[in-house]
Design a protein around this ligand. Structure first.
Ligand code: NDP
Length: 303
């Protein structure tokens, strides 16, 4: 029997493509349209990422697609009504990214509080010999407001608890098995927090939820940390709040416009910026290749 074709709907790491190629023929995104119609019609399984989603014009080329495996956790780049209408099921690898993303959030909390990047620069630049670095903010004993207590938010809460941080969380529905207090009002949560950490999904329901009212409630000694999606923040409000000292600082892994975030962020001394890399570890890359090929193989009935 010939090997089945598997379509890649966007860029994918070489390790994933190689492992999927062990039992199928990967068709990379730029090659899909050139494939003869009968081969395109035979494709039932595709691979994409939370970043690339599933563009309708690509799906139009694959009329018998029934399953998409997406690398990552976010679903904000997928149109579920469209997928349902086409009879396509989506699965992801979200369970693999939670730990790395939570680790990044914890690191950002520590790094923004202790001003890690500028401390490093203080030594490298030679300024240490004629100027003290100055005092920064302790993390232990402070309160973190975790917004979103799913796979990632829970791990952030557990790990910050281990550092002596008190946890309060906000979700639409309280989580009865969570050992931390729930706060139903986001502004109230911000007012109770020294660190406000975003771990909610992107999409219409969360768009701009961190607005000026929330940032004002966080206050001039509060820090905002975002490892979820840029869309959850009103970036105009955030830039104003950072510029005017409405909040103390922010550590951001995600932005409304990636990979070209608003350049005003780079001019601010009180922000720490990372290029959407919360889950990007070598360890994850290896696990991802294994998990995607397992999901694709199961879908093709090659187990
Ligand atoms: P989960 O679906 O496991 O959890 C989401 C949590 O958010 C739930 O507790 C949910 O509770 C809460 N939530 C959803 N909508 C709202 C809302 N409108 N208001 C308040 N709370 C809300 O997601 P994960 O923890 O796996 O992932 C979260 C997000 O992190 C992903 O969707 C992705 O966008 C982002 N991410 C970012 C990465 C990075 O590299 N920076 C890597 C991986 C993920 P409830 O439904 O009760 O409100």
């Amino acid at each position: 029997m010939s090997r089945p074709d598997v379509a890649f709907l966007g860029f994918m790491m070489e390790t994933v493509v190689t492992q999927v190629a062990e039992f199928s023929t990967p068709v990379l995104v730029d090659d899909i349209s050139a494939l003869p119609p009968e081969r395109r019609a035979a494709i039932t399984c595709a691979v994409t990422s939370a970043f690339n989603g599933a563009r309708p014009e690509l799906l139009d080329l694959l009329p018998n697609l029934t399953h998409i495996v997406s690398a990552g956790a976010g679903h904000d780049r997928f149109d579920f009504d469209d997928l349902r209408a086409r009879g396509i099921t989506l699965t992801d690898t979200g369970h693999l990214v939670s730990s790395d993303t939570a680790e990044m959030a914890v690191m950002l909390v520590l790094a923004i509080a202790r001003d890690l990047v500028r401390a490093d620069d203080h030594v490298r630049s030679g300024r240490w010999s004629n100027a003290h670095f100055g005092h920064r903010t302790r993390v232990a004993g402070k309160t973190a407001g975790i917004v979103g207590l799913g796979r990632i938010g829970r791990l952030i809460a557990e790990r910050l608890t281990g550092l002596g941080v008190k946890i309060v969380y906000h979700t639409r529905t309280p989580k009865p098995d969570a050992p931390w207090p729930h706060e139903s009002n986001l502004e109230e949560l911000a007012a109770r927090s020294d660190f406000l950490v975003a771990a909610v999904p992107g999409g219409a329901a969360t768009r701009g939820m961190f607005d000026m009212a929330v940032l004002r409630a966080l206050g001039p000694r509060g820090y905002f940390v975002n490892v979820s999606r840029g869309s959850v923040v009103d970036e105009e409000a955030l830039i104003a709040a950072l510029t005017e000292g409405t909040i103390a600082g922010a550590a951001l892994d995600v932005f409304e416009n990636e990979p070209r975030p608003d350049p005003r962020f780079t001019q601010l001394p009180n922000v720490l910026l990372t290029p959407h890399v919360a889950s990007i570890t070598e360890d994850y890359a290896a696990e991802l290749a294994a998990d995607i090929s397992r999901q694709v193989a199961a879908n093709l009935g090659i187990v």
